[in-house]
Design a protein around this ligand. Structure first.
Ligand SMILES: *Cc1c(COP(=O)(O)O)cnc(C)c1O
Length: 392
């Protein structure tokens, strides 16, 4: 069975992990900072904070953005649930801004309407869907007008570029950007995530929150009588200055992440070559067409999504997926609109308020796209799908 996505591990990745195991420092060692520095330099940002998952990165980013009770976080309905959940974790409310039907990214017009309906919005979380960068200048200017902060969910978009040539993660149009290093994403750390920012105060807050809220760097100590004796800091002393979390990532994970990161450009080249062939195969098909067609050179191509007219083909998506599976082709749906989930329904979310997301969801199908997908396997995927959508 050809899966829809899969990581790619080589012997030098394994050696990098083994080296850490022999080094004596499994966590809180030098691999964490090496990984952070490498990503920060590549994307062109001042600070990077590695954490235990992309979800943890979103949670800390929401807190650092000031999301809390009485405030709202707005995200896209077509994303993984974690983008929205960050708002709830931080104690805030969550609202949605519908997608643009051509990019499958948050529509600036829909964001403007959602900001109007939610004047207490503190954070906007655009998601670079499948690796295609959102219209950041438009989103940033709406955020500025509303007094809200932008957190880019770039879990799909490591290696993607904006139209001005800068890289996703540089935070030119946002306060923070988050990445994920789950094995299905661009590079694997096992589990892992990162927040990037150019803001020094946000950086300090993130590294405190990552480790229980305990003072870090040269944070001033708050309780001088406990901290000092005769003007000298007590050698055992530390302070938990706010309620933080244990969201640290290990050196084992960062060694793997760093080794994989060295191959990112080669991974992206392979993904782009596969995408060009899928685009050529499905571009003119009336029953199944690529969901995104713009920005092909800019996207990091995390997913390849088709929009299939299951109704016109007198089939269901479930039957279609079963036929693919019977011929060894895995597929998946990205994503069930987040407001459709029971937790969000119970909070009053209405999926019908995002008609473009609803329509997209009814047709979406992700087909295999990963570095190790061979040319022969891809030909089999194309042939199998082309036969299934042929008029009978
Ligand atoms: C994978 C993903 C996340 C969460 O990342 P984890 O590392 O799995 O916690 C968040 N947002 C999007 C869009 C994702 O695809």
């Amino acid at each position: 069975m050809i899966p829809y996505g899969k990581h790619h591990i080589e012997e030098d990745d394994i050696a990098a992990v083994v080296d850490v195991l022999r080094s004596g420092l499994l966590t809180q060692g030098p691999a964490v900072e090496s990984f952070e520095r490498a990503v920060a330099e590549y994307v062109g940002v001042k600070h990077a904070v590695a954490v235990s998952s992309g979800t943890a990165a979103l949670h800390l980013a929401a807190l650092a953005a000031g999301v809390g009770p009485g405030t709202t976080l707005i995200t896209s309905p077509i994303t993984f649930v974690a983008s929205a959940n960050a708002g709830l974790y931080a104690g805030g409310k969550v609202a949605f801004a519908d997608i643009d039907p051509d990019s499958i990214n948050m529509s600036p017009a829909a964001l403007e309407a959602s900001l109007g309906a939610n004047p207490d919005t503190k954070a906007i979380v655009p998601v670079h869907f499948a690796g295609l960068p959102c219209d950041m200048p438009a989103i940033k200017s709406l955020a500025d007008k509303a007094g809200a902060v932008v957190i880019e969910d770039a879990a799909h978009a490591l290696g993607a570029t904006y139209p001005d040539g800068t890289r996703v993660g540089c935070c030119g149009h946002s306060l923070m950007t988050i990445f994920s290093f789950h094995p299905v994403k661009a590079i694997a750390a096992g589990e892992g995530g990162m927040v990037t920012t150019n803001d020094d105060a946000v950086y300090r807050r993130l590294i405190r929150l990552r480790s229980h809220g305990i003072n870090k760097l040269d944070d001033p100590l708050l309780l001088k009588d406990q901290a000092y004796a005769d003007g000298i800091q007590n050698p055992w002393y530390y302070e938990m200055q706010e309620l933080g979390f244990h969201y640290r990532i290990t050196d084992i994970q960062c060694a793997l992440g760093l080794s994989q990161f060295g191959k990112l450009d080669a991974f992206l080249d392979r993904r782009r070559a596969l995408v060009r062939r899928y685009d050529a195969a499905f571009g003119g098909n009336v029953h199944c067409r690529p969901a995104q067609i713009c920005g092909r050179d800019a996207s990091a191509h995390h997913l390849y999504v088709l929009r299939v007219r299951f109704d016109d083909l007198a089939t269901t998506r479930s039957a279609f997926m079963a036929s693919l599976r019977a011929q060894g082709v895995g597929s998946q749906v990205h994503y069930i609109p987040v407001p459709s989930h029971p937790v969000y329904r119970a909070l009053g979310a209405d999926p019908a308020a995002c008609p473009n997301a609803t329509s997209y969801y009814s047709q979406a199908l992700s087909i295999p796209l990963f570095v190790d997908l061979t040319d022969a396997e891809q030909r089999h995927v194309i042939e199998t799908i082309t036969n299934l959508v042929k008029p009978k």
